[in-house]
Write a protein that binds this ligand. Structure first.
Ligand code: 5GP
Ligand code: ZN
Length: 114
């Protein structure tokens, strides 16, 4: 979608530190990391929020989780622990309206989050 920063990353129009890519999803280092491991996994298709997911997106959703699991193993946080976060709309703090899963780990993560 025009003007969407994550679509531009998918199209390689702006740079990102890409750590994983397949036909459905792309994963890259968050520009403002909040933990030693902070990676974003995004759909290649422009889906604004979780509220826009439909039955046609099953493969994408499955690929998001498969990528998260693979990255957690590669970064050695799978056993220690990590958190997957999808912020949705304003009260949750979503700032980029292209669906993305945060994978956070490498330190103790407090609960509940702020
Ligand atoms: P949200 O608050 O929407 O869940 O998270 C958006 C995330 O995207 C933030 O953690 C922010 O640091 C990250 N981000 C925003 N723009 C860019 C960018 O151009 N490149 C990268 N690598 N991360 C970005
Ligand atoms: Zn987009």
């Amino acid at each position: 979608m025009m003007g969407c920063v994550f679509c531009k990353i998918v199209q390689k129009q702006i740079p990102a530190k890409i750590v994983y890519e397949d036909d459905k999803v792309l994963a890259f280092e968050d520009a403002t990391p909040q933990a030693p491991v902070h990676i974003l996994i995004i759909s290649k298709e422009h889906i604004p929020t979780v509220n826009d997911i439909n039955a046609g997106h099953k493969e994408i959703i499955s690929s998001l989780f498969a990528a998260a699991k693979k990255i957690a193993e590669e970064r050695n946080i799978a056993q220690k622990g990590y958190r997957l976060v999808i912020n949705t709309n304003s009260e949750a703090g979503q700032t980029v309206f292209h669906i993305h899963m945060h994978i956070l780990g490498g330190r103790h993560l407090a609960w509940p989050p702020g």
